[in-house]
Design a protein around this ligand. Sequence first.
Ligand SMILES: Cc1ncc(COP(=O)(O)O)c(C=O)c1O
Length: 390
Amino acid sequence: MNDLGPSSPLVPPLFQSSVYCLPDLDALDRVIEGEEAGFIYARDGHPNAQRLAERLAGLEGAGWAVVCGSGMAAVSAAVLSTVQQGDGIVASNRLYGRTTQLFLQELSRFGVTTTLTDTTDLAQVEQALRSGAKLLFVETLSNPLLRLADVPALARLAHERGSLLVVDNTFATPCLCRPLEQGADVVIESLTKMIGGHGDITLGVLCGGHEGLDDEQSSVTREQTAPVVSIWGLSSPPFDCWLAERSLDTLPLRVRAACDNAQALADWLAEQRSVRQVIYPGRPDHPDHVIAGRLFDGAAGDRPLYGNMLCFELVGDREGVNRFMRLATGIPFSPSLGNTTTTCSHPGTTSHRYVSPAERKRQGIGDGMIRLSVGVEELGLIQAEIAKGL
Ligand SMILES: Cc1ncc(COP(=O)(O)O)c(C=O)c1O
């Protein structure tokens, strides 16, 4: 190491090393036994992941956080550290496609069965949990229709039946909603999206416990999950963690600006002739508007924020969407979300491509539906660009 004298870097250093050196066997023993801080092998832990995890735990009100190599790695880690062969899972029937595939295609190979249900209907959830499921899995805001999970009510139902509630909070971020404080046992975020925020990393995190609570008092412990992340190879690379930590400094600002833009755009789009419908929880015509106001009281403090995601349906169906994309070139078609700049996607051919047409129809995902991930640009610039496409 260079001797920096009394100086220290303002920005945390990047520890781009896959392995660490130790002075002797006794030091190695002390690090492994947790008697002294230190690192050995980056897949087991490294300083950039540890710093990021500590800051994310603070944001979520969690007792612990473990950073993983992607949002899906975090989902996998949550399941792999809690579920045994023969267990059941009850999951929302509106989850991110890869999560549904994990439950139905992958976990079924290991003797874990999943029941999909409409988790906006508490009576259905209660019925499904009667079979004695180990986990109830929901997303705070579903993709793409932005239906809300009533986390406090779902937590009560899950705990009455001895199940754990796992919440994927990616669309909401801890700025809108802190599910652990509302009763969830584990929270997952894909840091690839709004938390990373610049479209340049792939990471995830899972968190549990509560601030100030000892690990062993948590319903799901760090001790239970951290080895699973290393053993299954779900760990995170240092450079992505370093970039994610940079992103945390602007997260509340970005979320607030993007949510304000999304609310204004949703109201403006609803008045456009070529738009059949607008789906945004901040509008009174959204089925979960009232619940959203109750649960999303996070970042702004004085008022709820309703997220940066919205959907609108063009009258021109699929061809209308193609025309929109070719004309509104300043709103790139890029099937992800949460960047500083506004992007669009088409659920019918991306996230829900492998969902049957009948199921898409049942959920109300039409061929003319565009999903916007609203960024932090000046509102007028986004409107002008969308107007070109309309
Ligand atoms: C709600 C949700 N959860 C999890 C994921 C997976 O995250 P990642 O792409 O970082 O694996 C995504 C990805 O789009 C998502 O939308």
